[in-house]
Write a protein that binds this ligand. Structure first.
Ligand code: SOE
Length: 364
């Protein structure tokens, strides 16, 4: 069978990440579409030379294109995903799925009716040591989980003059920091622990600043830079997560710790080659050495220990699962639009709780 033909819509950093992952997964990039022919052509020359600049309509009517990766700003996700699915093509849509919960639900219902693969890159599930943490939690090694806590800290918006489409609610959505990266944290801890958040009590903060983008004055930031969320889970645990994109020195620091009755485990995305394991008798660092990992973790693509794996490796493993699903093989780990709705449900509850200053149930 020939190589899977894919299209990329969006020419920013994440478009290149998707393209690299697609190539590593054996696909052929047929075309790239962008906000202009020039931006699409520049992307082709920079990271998709086997393809060509295409208009969206041309990409969606090309029978060689089977999967379309959406790497555009959030406010365009629903319209583009709808066009892709209605064109009969499988879709990978960046998170958050839509600007709000209703949009995420519409997209997921359409995807369900289409019978096509519709995936969302919650890619931190694909770190081998995240899989190891899941294995140890699910097989009872950790014992009964009592506490889940952590943070997801970045600093790319800590410069008062920094600007990005994400800070504008009209293009990014009503939630920014939590929808953008708090969603990753919640997805990965629910995936690892098997617990589901059932109630949240949240505070959000937008740090004062004026952002003047090059050439145009922008409204002062309206979406949150920081979210502090307490939560309860369906299996009796409690927890808290701090999400920030204004924490100087923290570049992409997703970190969680799960405390059980037998042991604790902790994972730091910025130090992904070792998993912290603690018990009353002592602590150890489990290295990413497939020879000593659970089958679930060893089954993920693993370079030899000491050959550090990272973000792009997780992305490639995710895209491999998407293309396996396109070929008809179901992949339990693969996050779908249903997981995108889950993230939107939690985000909606966080915003509601912050606005009401009260505990809020997380809808099923
Ligand atoms: C920016 O916050 C960002 O690129 C997110 O959009 C990604 O989902 C996250 O993985 C890294 O940071």
């Amino acid at each position: 069978m020939g190589r899977l033909g894919v299209g990329i819509i969006g020419t920013g950093m994440i478009g290149q990440v998707h393209a690299d992952a697609a190539r590593r997964s054996g696909a052929l990039i047929i075309g790239v579409s962008g906000s202009s022919v020039d931006s699409a052509q520049a992307a082709v020359e920079a990271w998709a030379s086997e393809g060509r600049a295409m208009q969206v309509e041309e990409m969606l009517s090309d029978p060689v294109v089977s999967v379309v990766h959406l790497c555009v700003p959030n406010h365009l996700h629903e319209a583009f995903a709808t066009r892709v699915l209605e064109a009969g093509k499988h879709v990978v849509c960046e998170k958050p799925l839509s600007l709000d919960l209703a949009g995420a639900r519409r997209m997921t219902e359409l995807a369900g009716r289409s019978g096509l693969v519709a995936a969302v890159p919650f890619i931190y599930r694909y770190h081998p040591l995240v899989a190891e943490a899941r294995s140890r939690t699910r097989t009872g090694n950790v014992g009964d989980v009592r506490l889940i806590h952590g943070s997801y800290l970045q600093d790319w918006l800590s410069d008062p003059a920094a600007h990005n489409w994400r800070v504008d609610a009209a293009r990014g959505g009503a939630s920014r920091a939590f929808a953008d990266i708090g969603s990753h944290w919640c997805d990965v801890v629910e995936w690892v622990s098997g617990h589901r958040l059932t109630e949240v009590q949240a505070m959000t903060q937008t740090v004062p600043r004026d952002r003047i983008a090059a050439g145009t004055a922008q409204d002062p930031t309206r979406t949150e830079d920081i979210a502090c969320v307490n939560f309860r889970t369906d299996k009796g645990a409690v927890g808290t997560v701090v999400v920030s994109q204004v924490s100087p020195g923290r570049k992409n620091r997703l970190w969680f710790e799960i405390s059980g009755t037998e042991s604790g485990i902790s994972f730091d995305q910025e130090q992904p080659e070792g998993l912290w394991v603690g018990s009353r008798s002592g602590i150890q660092t489990v290295l990413r050495d497939p020879a000593f990992l659970s089958p679930e973790a060893a089954a993920l693509p693993n370079l030899p220990p000491g050959h550090a794996q990272g973000y792009n490796d997780c992305f490639a493993a995710f895209v491999m699962d998407v293309y396996a699903a396109v070929a008809g093989r179901s992949e339990e780990r693969m996050p779908t639009f249903s997981d995108g709705v889950r993230a939107a449900v939690i985000t909606d509850a966080v915003l509601t709780s912050a606005q009401k200053n009260s505990w809020v149930d997380v809808q099923h």
